[in-house]
Design a protein around this ligand. Structure first.
Ligand SMILES: Cc1cc2nc3c(=O)[nH]c(=O)nc-3n(C[C@H](O)[C@H](O)[C@H](O)COP(=O)(O)OP(=O)(O)OC[C@H]3O[C@@H](n4cnc5c(N)ncnc54)[C@H](O)[C@@H]3O)c2cc1C
Ligand SMILES: NC(=O)c1ccc[n+]([C@@H]2O[C@H](COP(=O)([O-])OP(=O)(O)OC[C@H]3O[C@@H](n4cnc5c(N)ncnc54)[C@H](O)[C@@H]3O)[C@@H](O)[C@H]2O)c1
Length: 473
């Protein structure tokens, strides 16, 4: 403990539990905590990334882009439809007119209606173990602290230092006028979703990457297939990073030069090259909290950090950076804090977080969803692997849709029949993947899953059934 922390914390208000971050950190403080004195610390708006600038608003725009794409593609089914225009300002009003009151209501609830909760609205950081400078002038101490501070966009140096104005997920959805030409730097989740949002709603989109393909975290076959489809929709530059950026001569937009000499000029620039955990800005060392080599808060299977009584959850500690993972970890932490308080002399009965089969979906066009191992990972880890790729076009509903893009790929261990991975690209992929997640989570083998239940005919789920039937198990 530093001297200043000693003097600061003398007379500091003491709490039973302090939670930093009101994204997933604000989800477990329910009636079980009503008898405890709780501090809730937040430097931004209530609700965190998912509600305000992440999952929810993006999907509201994705849905609008899906509607527009459906209209554009309707003629092949004999329905003549046309997108007459996109009222962007109305869209922004619709999205944030619904979201902003939820965030404000969440704040009001904690500030005015929860007698046991004190809200500190400032940038919080540890000044000593379980001692926090709240950023409001007050120093507090707590028996238990939860770090749920999330992550923030990374900006490549070539752009950050250039003085060019750029957008991130934090502001791109508030634009009341869509750029005619949007350049996106990055090839991951956010790039793929925002490319669909902006292109679907009428902008021309260019994408700049350096790894040769889109969504390279995915199974190679799915990533290659998506990159091919994306190349037909958007202008892709995937082999050279940005060398320099400057404003256009008229002072607007951005002129980019890539490492291979390519020049691109856009009305707006969106940066989406990953998100850094907010572990470096919380005084982790003063709090006795270890970080991983890639900058996350280090946690054990119970979400405990290296500092006694300090837990972490969500993007600040997780390699997944997904909301359903943050929510799961919040449930685990919410129970473990209480278990630790109840333990007394006995060791606490803590619950471990379950990260065995973490699924994810990219809400782009077409949708993509994945769970478990890629084929390359499966072949590296299992000597005898069987793989089946089922086309949407070859099952009844996919055929009815004349869908020539969709694929479902399943991977299993030929020796045991266990499912190792599921990867779907195509309409409703984020929904179709769920039976595969369920089977893997509960240990249901591929053959049992395929044969042991009815599959509704002619539903699109038959693409999963037929993929399973095609495995050599
Ligand atoms: C554009 C976008 C789309 C996404 N879409 C999806 C999706 O479809 N599905 C999905 O599963 N995931 C999605 N994600 C990821 C998901 O949003 C995050 O994984 C999740 O929100 C992380 O939750 P969290 O509680 O860890 O952090 P956050 O929700 O970011 O909460 C952290 C909170 O801590 C506050 N804070 C930070 N530092 C301090 C400090 N020092 N003092 C006080 N307060 C502080 C922040 O202001 C913030 O309110 C998306 C992310 C983005 C950016
Ligand atoms: N649907 C969802 O679940 C969803 C949606 C959006 C975001 N997210 C979460 O948010 C995280 C952050 O999203 P993201 O898209 O920013 O990151 P990401 O990690 O998904 O992708 C970033 C990509 O940018 C590329 N890149 C890195 N540096 C680059 C550079 N200098 N120039 C060009 N390309 C570069 C990387 O190769 C990588 O492919 C995701 O990892 C994901 O966990 C989830």
């Amino acid at each position: 403990m530093t001297d200043s922390a000693h003097s600061d914390s003398a007379g500091a208000e003491h709490f039973d539990v302090a939670v930093i971050g009101t994204g997933s950190g604000n989800t477990f403080l329910d009636e079980r905590y009503a008898h405890l004195k709780v501090a809730l610390l937040e430097e931004g708006v209530f609700g965190g990334t998912c509600l305000n600038v992440g999952c929810i608003p993006t999907k509201m725009f994705v849905y609008a882009a899906d509607v527009a794409e459906s209209a554009r593609g309707a003629a092949r089914y004999g329905v003549d439809a046309h997108v007459n225009g996109v009222r962007r300002a109305d869209m922004v009003d619709r999205v944030f007119g619904r979201i902003d009151p939820i965030s404000a209501g969440g704040r009001t609830y904690r500030v005015e209606d929860c007698d046991n909760v004190t809200v500190f609205e400032g940038h919080a950081r540890f000044v000593a173990p379980r001692t926090l400078d709240t950023g409001t002038g007050a120093i507090i101490t707590a028996d238990q602290v939860v770090l749920a501070t999330g992550s923030r966009p990374v900006v490549p140096d070539a752009i950050a230092r250039s003085g060019v104005e750029y957008l991130t997920n934090e502001d791109a959805m508030r634009l009341e006028e869509a750029p005619e030409h949007l350049i996106i730097v990055g090839t991951g989740f956010i790039a793929a979703e925002f490319a669909h949002i902006f292109a679907g709603l009428g902008s021309r989109v260019s994408i700049v990457g350096r790894s040769g393909r889109m969504l390279r975290h995915l199974d190679d076959e799915i990533s290659a297939h998506f990159t091919g489809l994306a190349g037909g929709r958007w202008d892709l530059h995937l082999t050279a990073p940005v060398r320099s950026a400057r404003r256009r001569p008229d002072g607007t937009g951005a002129d980019l030069e890539l490492d291979d000499g390519t020049r691109l000029s856009g009305d707006a620039l969106l940066v989406a090259v990953g998100r850094a955990p907010n572990a470096d800005l919380v005084g982790a060392a003063a709090g006795g909290i270890d970080l991983t080599s890639d900058g996350r808060v280090r946690v054990d299977e119970y979400q405990r950090t290296s500092a006694a009584g300090v837990y972490a959850l969500g993007d600040v500690c997780s390699p997944y950076q997904l909301k359903h993972v943050a929510n799961h970890e919040a449930r685990v932490v919410g129970g473990n804090l209480l278990a630790e308080r109840a333990a007394g002399e006995r060791p606490a009965e803590l619950r471990a977080a379950d990260h065995r089969f973490v699924p994810s979906a990219v809400f782009t066009h077409p949708q993509i969803a994945t769970v478990g191992l890629t084929e390359a990972q499966a072949r590296a880890q299992h000597p005898n692997v069987t793989v089946k790729v089922q086309r949407y076009a070859d099952v009844a509903y996919g055929w009815a849709m004349e869908d020539d893009e969709g694929l479902c790929k399943v991977i299993a261990d030929r020796d045991t029949g266990a499912l190792l991975g599921g990867h779907i690209i195509g309409a409703q992929a984020s929904t179709l993947i769920q039976p595969l997640i369920q089977a893997m989570s509960f240990g249901l083998g591929a053959a049992e899953m395929a044969h042991g239940q009815y599959w509704i005919h002619p539903a699109l789920t038959e693409v999963v059934e037929n993929a399973l039937l095609g495995l050599d198990v």
